[in-house]
Design a binder for this molecule. Structure first.
Ligand code: BGC
Length: 489
C-alpha cells in the first residue's frame, strides 16, 4: 500500500466526520421534542430491521460530551451534524419554539468552538416534523415557505457561530425512496408522480432558504450555504453499446442532474429529463398536466443558489438500457429514466447489499462535477464503509477503504485540478442506519448498543484516520514555519 501524500491537501483542508440527528440523538420525546416522520415510520411495525427505532440510538441528546470526546480523539477540524427540526420547532413552524431544543444545539455548537472544531449544520436530514407531514409534507407547495421560516430561525439563532450550512441532505433519496418506492419515511408509494413533486418542493425550499441567507444574513454572518447531493459514479455496462451509453446519460440526468442542473446550469431540470417524462406521459395517455413541475417566474430562481458543491459519494454503478423492460402501462420513475444501474461483479460489497466499494469512482465523479457543473469548492460531505455481522474493532477492510479513497481524492486534487476543500467520513460513530436499524455499522467509533452506557470505542480505522489528520496538521505547521522563516530572510 503506497503511503498517502498528505502534503497534497490544502493547508485549510476540512477533516471531518458526519452524523444526522435521527440517527444519533435519541431523546425522541424528551423535553418538548415533537415527533418526526421517522418516529412514525419506525413505530409502524414491519418497516425497519427487527422493528428497531431511533428512540434512543446513540443517545447523543444526553451523551453529547461522549461524542465530543470522540471528535477530539480523531482530531477533526470539522464536524457535520444535523438539527432535528421538530426538537427545535415541535410542530415545524416558528409559532412554537422549544427552548430546550435551542439550548441543546447552542451547547453543542459552543462546545465545538471551544475545542476549535468548525461546525457544518444540515437543516434537514430526512426527519420532517410529523405535524408538517400531516399537512402534506414535501408534496405540499406551502412547505417551501415553512422551511424558509425554519431556516431563518436557525440562521438568526445559530448563525453568529455557524458558517457552513447545508439546507437539505440528499433530496434524491428523500424523493425517490420516500415518495416513489415508499421504503423510507414518509413511506409514500406513488410511482411516477410524487417523487417529482416532493423534489420540486425541496428545490424551492432550498432556493428560498439560500436567498434569505444571501440577502439578510450573509452580510453580517459571512457564511456559506449549499445543498448536499448524493451521486454514484456511473459508466455504461457495455461502452460499445449505444443504448447503454444513452441510458447512462439518462441515469445521470435523473439522479445528480435532477438537482444539479437547476442549481448550477440552467435554473431548470435537465432538458433530457423533461422531454423523457413528457414523452412517457403522452405514450401512457397521462393527461393531468406535466408530471415534472415547472419553476415559477414569480419565485426566485434556483440557479446560483450554492456557495460550494456538497457531495455524498458511496458507490458506483454500471448502467444498462431499461426501455424494453418497461411494461407499456407502467408509470414510474424507472421507466421515465429507462435505465438500470447494476453492480460490477468484480467490485467487493461491504455490509449493505448496495454498497459496492469503488474508491476510484469518487475521483471520476469529482472530475465530472468540475467539468459539467462548477469549479466551486467541493466538500465531500459523506463517504463511508459499512460492517454487518460480527463486530471487528480491527476493521482492516475499512482502513484500506479510507486509505484508497483518500488516495483518489489526492489524485483528483493534484492531477485533475479539482478544488476539493474537505472530506467528511460517514460516520463519527455507529448509529441507526435507517431501515437497517443497528445491524449495519458505519462508524469510526463502535457503539455498544447492548448496554445503557452506549460505550464508544475507536475502531482501527478511526485511529488511522486520526493519524492522517495529525500528519497533515504537523506538515502544515512546519510548512507555515518555513514560509515565515523564508519571508524573514
Ligand atoms: C445518508 C446517511 C446514511 C448513509 C449510509 C446517506 O445516504 O445521508 O444518513 O446513513 O447514506 O446509508
Amino acid at each position: 500500500m503506497s503511503a498517502l501524500d498528505v502534503s497534497v491537501f490544502p493547508s485549510d483542508f476540512a477533516w471531518g466526520a458526519a452524523t444526522a440527528a435521527y440517527q444519533i440523538e435519541g431523546g425522541w420525546n424528551l423535553d418538548g421534542k415533537g415527533p418526526s416522520i421517522w418516529d412514525t415510520f419506525c413505530h409502524a411495525k414491519g418497516q425497519v430491521f427487527e422493528d428497531q427505532t431511533g428512540e434512543v440510538a446513540c443517545n447523543s441528546y444526553q451523551l453529547w460530551e461522549k461524542d465530543l470526546k470522540c471528535i477530539q480523539q480523531l482530531g477533526l477540524t470539522h464536524y457535520r451534524l444535523s438539527i432535528s427540526w421538530s426538537r427545535l420547532l415541535p410542530d415545524g413552524t416558528t409559532n412554537h419554539v422549544n427552548p430546550k431544543g435551542v439550548a441543546y444545539y447552542n451547547k453543542v455548537i459552543n462546545d465545538l468552538i471551544t475545542c476549535d472544531v468548525t461546525t457544518m449544520v444540515t437543516l434537514y436530514h430526512f426527519d420532517l416534523p410529523q405535524a408538517l407531514q400531516d399537512r402534506g409534507g414535501w408534496n405540499s407547495a406551502e412547505i417551501a415557505d415553512i422551511f424558509e421560516s425554519y431556516a431563518r430561525f436557525c440562521f438568526k439563532t445559530f448563525g453568529d457561530r455557524v458558517k457552513l450550512w447545508i439546507t437539505l441532505n440528499e433530496p434524491y433519496v428523500c424523493a425517490k425512496l420516500g415518495h416513489e418506492d415508499g421504503i423510507i419515511a414518509p413511506g409514500i408509494k406513488e410511482p411516477g408522480i410524487s417523487a417529482y413533486v416532493a423534489a420540486h418542493n425541496m428545490v424551492r425550499a432550498h432556493t428560498k432558504a439560500w436567498h434569505s441567507y444571501n440577502a439578510d444574513f450573509r452580510p453580517l454572518q459571512g457564511g456559506q450555504i449549499s445543498l448536499a447531493l448524493n451521486s454514484d459514479w456511473t459508466e455504461p455496462l457495455d461502452p460499445g453499446c449505444p443504448k447503454d451509453v444513452a441510458a447512462t446519460e439518462r441515469y445521470k440526468a435523473f439522479t445528480l442532474g435532477w438537482f444539479a442542473w437547476p442549481l448550477f446550469c440552467t435554473g431548470d431540470y435537465p432538458e433530457s429529463m423533461r422531454s423523457r417524462i413528457e414523452a412517457k406521459s403522452l405514450e401512457l395517455g397521462y393527461n393531468q398536466g406535466s408530471r415534472l413541475p415547472h419553476f415559477s417566474k414569480n419565485e426566485p430562481s434556483p440557479l446560483g443558489t450554492a456557495d460550494f458543491f456538497a457531495l455524498n459519494y458511496y458507490t458506483s454503478r454500471k448502467v444498462k438500457d431499461w426501455n424494453s423492460a418497461c411494461k407499456n402501462s407502467e408509470l414510474s420513475f424507472k421507466c421515465d429514466q429507462g435505465a438500470e444501474g447494476v453492480v460490477d461483479p468484480s467490485w467487493p460489497i461491504c455490509g449493505v447489499h448496495w454498497l459496492a466499494v469503488v474508491p476510484d469512482g469518487l475521483r471520476k465523479l469529482l472530475k465530472h462535477i468540475k467539468d459539467t457543473y462548477t469549479n466551486l469548492p467541493i466538500y465531500i460531505t459523506e463517504n463511508g464503509f459499512s460492517q454487518m455481522g460480527p463486530v471487528q474493532i480491527e476493521d482492516v477492510d475499512r482502513c484500506h477503504f479510507y486509505h484508497d479513497t483518500l488516495q483518489e481524492v489526492c489524485k483528483a486534487i493534484s492531477q485533475d485540478g479539482v478544488n476539493v476543500k474537505g472530506y467528511f467520513a460517514w460516520s463519527l460513530m455507529d448509529n441507526f442506519e435507517w431501515i437497517h436499524g443497528f445491524s449495519v455499522r458505519f462508524g469510526l467509533f463502535h457503539v455498544d448498543f447492548a448496554t445503557p452506557e452506549l460505550k464508544r470505542t475507536i475502531y482501527r480505522s478511526g485511529r488511522e484516520y486520526a493519524a492522517v489528520i495529525s500528519k497533515h496538521r504537523t506538515e502544515t505547521k512546519s510548512k507555515n514555519v518555513e514560509d515565515i522563516l523564508s519571508r524573514n530572510v
